[in-house]
Structures are given as C-alpha cells and as structure tokens.
Design a protein. Structure first.
Length: 260
C-alpha cells in the first residue's frame, strides 16, 4: 500500500496532472455521460461522492459534492469536501450518499474487492452508481511495450510487442472473452452469485509512467463487474437484458442499490 500511495503523492505535481486544470471540462471522455446521469436522475441537489476524484474537476456539477482519493496533496484543488483513503476504507459513514461516480479509477485499486464493497457500504438504499473504470487494461501496459521502440527492447520483449497487434484485435479478445462470459452468466442464471469480483491481476509500473494504464493493477471485464453488482443487491439500469449484459464492451455501468 505504501508504494502505491507514495506513487500518487509523487505524481500530484508531475506531468500526469499538469495539463488537467487547463483542459475544458467538456473535453473529458465521460463528461456528457456523467452530466446526463446527474440531470436525468435529479442529482444536482443530492449528496454525491466521486471515488478517485483526482483534482476534483467535477466538483461543481452538484451542490453537495464529496471527493475521495489516496493523495492528501490533492486536497489543495478542492473548494468542496475532500477525504483521503485511510487504508481500511474512506472515513465516511455508511449509507450516506445518494449517488457515487468513479471514472478511470478502479483499475488502480490494489484491493479491488474492498473498493467495490465501499460503494455498497456508502450508498443509501435506492442510491445510484456510475461505474466507469478503464476496462480490460492490457497486461503489457506496465512495461510500455505499445509505445517503446523496438530498438529499446530485449529480444523476447520484441516478440511481446509484435504480438500486441493480434492480441489487441477484436477477434482475439472475443474468442477469449465470450466463452468465459457465457459460462459465468449461465452459472448466475442458475443461482451462483459471485462473492468476490472476478478480474485479472496485472503488474503496475510505479517507477516509469508510460501512459494512463501503465500504473493499472487490475484488468476488469465489464461483464464481471455487472454480475458482481447484480449479486450484491443492485439492479443494472444501463444493461437490463441478457444480450446487452453479455455484449457489454465499453462505457459506464449504471446500477441502483436495492431498497431494503
């Protein structure tokens, strides 16, 4: 945890965040989807939490905003509420938020299951979550094989780089994903609920920042995340039928915690 947390403390003033404040808010990949989520569900006046909030670019989209991240140094960017992950969760009371959103964050969580359970704990019954990590992060990201030139690589690394074009193709990924999805979905239909979220552990690079996912430690299939939510007392509003759930590829999962 110390290495992970220290990495993000050190990156606060680095080029990882340097250009973010100057970019138009509307240029964010998820701005339009998030704004619709807030407007369509009347969340502007509700208590909302952003997990993995970075510099808090979205803090003015709602009145009662709370940001949460791992770096205490990020707090200088906030004129609204900001809390730091304490190692055992966020210092916030259970069932205290009407909505939670998280963008490009959960792929970086060393303890993914604990992070998922925090969403469940912090949401009020009937509360909404907009869940949008970077899906299916590639295992070669940490070593920067996609961006490093062949001349800088050792001979076996060149084979890895050469394989990326095929391994990153839609055909290859479909052949690997769909049989697993079908198996787990059928088990779910027969009543088998996932206790822990399924994901692939990948190696993050906390020394060289090759790109946005080079520090990712989880590769998450949105179908696995969707089944986790369904198995933990949520209903999925964004992918409500079998076909859309089975074919989910990109974009957010929007789920609602069931009333108790």
């Amino acid at each position: 945890m110390a290495t992970y947390q220290q990495f993000y403390e050190n990156r606060v003033d680095g080029n990882y965040l340097a250009d973010s404040p100057s970019l138009p808010l509307q240029s964010h990949y998820y701005y339009r989807d998030l704004k619709c989520f807030i407007d369509d569900n009347g969340l502007a006046g509700k208590r909302c939490l952003e997990i993995g909030s970075g510099i808090g670019r979205f803090q003015d989209l709602v009145d009662d905003y709370w940001g949460a991240d791992v770096s205490a140094g990020l707090g200088v960017n906030y004129h609204k509420n900001y809390v730091v992950h304490g190692g055992n969760g966020y210092p916030l009371p259970s069932e205290s938020f009407d909505a939670i959103w998280t963008l490009f964050a959960y792929e970086h969580f060393p303890d993914l299951q604990a992070g998922m359970l925090e969403i469940k704990r912090l949401l009020k019954p009937g509360g909404l979550v907009f869940f949008a990590p970077a899906w299916q992060c590639r295992p070669w990201g940490g070593q920067g094989y996609a961006v490093r030139p062949y001349g800088s690589l050792r001979w076996w690394e060149r084979f890895i780089k050469a394989s990326i074009l095929w391994r990153d193709s839609l055909l290859w990924r479909s052949l690997n994903l769909f049989p697993k999805r079908l198996f787990w979905h059928l088990l779910f239909l027969f009543g088998v609920r996932p206790k822990s979220i399924r994901f692939s552990r990948i190696s993050p690079n906390y020394e060289v920042f090759w790109g946005p996912d080079s520090d990712a430690c989880n590769s998450i299939d949105p179908h696995d995340a969707l089944l986790w939510f369904l198995g933990h007392g949520f209903r999925c509003l964004s992918h409500g039928n079998f076909l859309s759930a089975f074919l989910v590829r990109t974009g957010p999962l929007i789920c609602q915690k069931e009333l108790t």
